[in-house]
Design a protein around this ligand. Sequence first.
Ligand SMILES: Nc1nc2c(c(=O)[nH]1)N[C@H]1C(S)=C(S)[C@@H](COP(=O)(O)OP(=O)(O)OC[C@H]3O[C@@H](n4cnc5c(N)ncnc54)[C@H](O)[C@@H]3O)O[C@H]1N2
Ligand code: MOO
Length: 528
Amino acid sequence: MTAHPAPRPGRRAPQAAPARRYSAQTGPGHLASDDGDLDVDEALALVNEAAGRPGSAPGGPHPHAGGPNPGRPDSHPGAAAGADQVPGGRAPEHPHPSVPSAAGGTAAQTGHKKHDHPRATPWPEARARAAQAARRAPRREAVAVPLDAALGRILATPLTALTDLPSFDTSAMDGWAVAGPGPWDVRPDAILAGHARPASLADGEAVRIATGARVPQEATAVLRSEHGALDDHGGLHPQREVVHGQDIRPRGQECRSGDQLLPAGSEVTPAVLGLAAAAGYDELRVIARPRAEVLILGDELLTEGLPQEGLIRDALGPMLPPWLRSLGAEVIAVRRIGDDAQDLLKAVGESPADVVVTTGGTAFGPVDHVHPTLRALGADLLVDGVQVRPGHPMLLAQLPGGRHLVGLPGNPLATVSGLLTLAEPLLRRLAGRPAVEPYHAPTREEIHGHPYDTRLVPVVLRGERSEEAVPLHYNGPAMLRGIAASDGLAVVPPGGAKPGQELEILDLPWALSTLSSPAAYSAGGCFT
Ligand SMILES: Nc1nc2c(c(=O)[nH]1)N[C@H]1C(S)=C(S)[C@@H](COP(=O)(O)OP(=O)(O)OC[C@H]3O[C@@H](n4cnc5c(N)ncnc54)[C@H](O)[C@@H]3O)O[C@H]1N2
Ligand code: MOO
C-alpha cells in the first residue's frame, strides 16, 4: 500500500454506557502507578503528547454514532444486509449467488425504526467501550527483556543515555589527526578504531587515523586523506584550508549520559534497538504483553485437507494468532474446543490469559455456548452485540478477576469485524500501544448501507497517494476473499455512502508494513 492521506486529528472517546451484568461481580481495576514505571495510560499520554495529538481512544465520537437502540423489531429486511453483499449494487463476479442488499436506504427511507438485537451497541461506542475496558483492567507490569526480544514492544520507562555519545572525541573521517597549522611531520604509527588512548601529538605533528578512532587530546583537526599530500620527506601538506576542529566528533555531541533519548510509551523499532545498544543498553524495560488464549469452537472444523461431508476447514486458527500478535498480544495457546458446553466452561474458567478470544458460538443456536458460559461464570457483559455488519453478534465481557473475553462470531469476515471493533482497541490499550489515528478516503463508488447498522467493507486504496477507496466484492460474512486482497475496511454509515463521500478507513495491522503491497489489486482487478 502506498502512503496514506494525512491522518485526521484524534477524537475523544464518549462516555461508556454501564455494563450489563449477569451477576453481582465487581470489576477490579486501577491503573495507578506506585513505582517509577509508567502505567499504560501515562505512557500513551506521553506518546500522544510527543506526537502533538490529543489523548484519544479508538472509535471516539463517530459521525454516524447512533443514540440508544430504540427497541426490538419483529423483523426487518435490512437484516439481509448482513448477508453477502455487493458493493455499489453490482452483481458479484463469482459463481455463488449473493443476496442483493435489501438495505439500500436509510431507516427513515425504508420505514424501519427498530433493531433486531435490542442490546446491540452502536459501533463507535463499542470500540470506545473496548478501549475503556482496558483502562479498567489490572495494571500491566513492566518487564526487562534482552534487546533482541524487545522489537515491537513499548518502552515502560524513558530511554535514558547510559553514556555520553560519542563517549570520546572521535575522528569522523579517514585521514590524519593534526596538531597546529601545517605542514606537519607524519608519525609512522596509525590510530585505528577500537584502540585505547592514543599517544599524545606534538604541535606540528600528524598521525594517520581511521574513522571512529580516538582523536589524541592535542589534535586540532582531522585532515581527510583526499585533502592532504605527502612529500618525499614525510611531510604532510594541506590541499585546502584547515578549520579548527574539523572532522572531529566531540564527546557528547549526540547526548550526555542521563539525557532522555525517547519517552516511555515509545515503540521499540529497529532504529530504537540500535540507539539503545549505542547508548549502552543490554536489556529494555517494556510493558508486559497481554496474554491471549484463542478458543476455536465448532465440531464442523477440520485442521487439514479438503472440506468434506459437511465439514469445513478451520480458517480462524491460522488467522487469529498472528493477527493478535500484531495487535501486541502474546498468544499463549490456541485450542479447539468443539461444541461442548462443559469443555468451554472449563477452558474459559481456567484460562490464565488476560484476554480469552473465542470464535463461533456467539449467536443463539442450539450449540452456541458462549452466552451460557459467561452467565455461568458471572461475567459482566460490556458489549453484547454491536450495530455493525458483518459481525453483529460479537461481544465483550469482563470475567471475574479482571480478565476479558472477546467473543468473535464464527463467520470469518464477521470474525475480522469483531477483531477490529473489540479486540483491537482492547489489546492495543492493554499492550500500551497508542491508538491509531483515524483517516478517511472518499469512496469511488456508491456503497449500499444497512438501515441502522454500520457496515465494514473491504477496500483497496487507489491512486498515487491512496486517496480513493474502492470497495471489493466477496465481502459476505462467510468470505475472506475480499479482505485477503484488501488494504483495509471502509466504515460505511447506516444508509450507505455516495460516490466521493469520505469514509473512515480501518487499517489492517500489516497494511503499513513491508508485507503490504497493492499487487493484489494491480494483478488483475478481479476483486473489484
Ligand atoms: N437466528 C439467527 N441466526 C443467526 C444470526 C441471527 O441474528 N439470528 N446471526 C448470524 C450471524 S450475523 C452470524 S455472524 C452468526 C454468528 O454465529 P456464531 O458466532 O454463533 O458462529 P457459529 O454458528 O459457530 O458459526 C457461524 C458460521 O461460521 C462458520 N465457522 C465457525 N468457526 C469457523 C472457523 N474456525 N473457520 C471457518 N468457519 C467457521 C460456521 O461453520 C458457520 O458457518 O450467526 C448467524 N446466525
Ligand atoms: O453478518 Mo454476521 O454478522 O454474518 O457477521
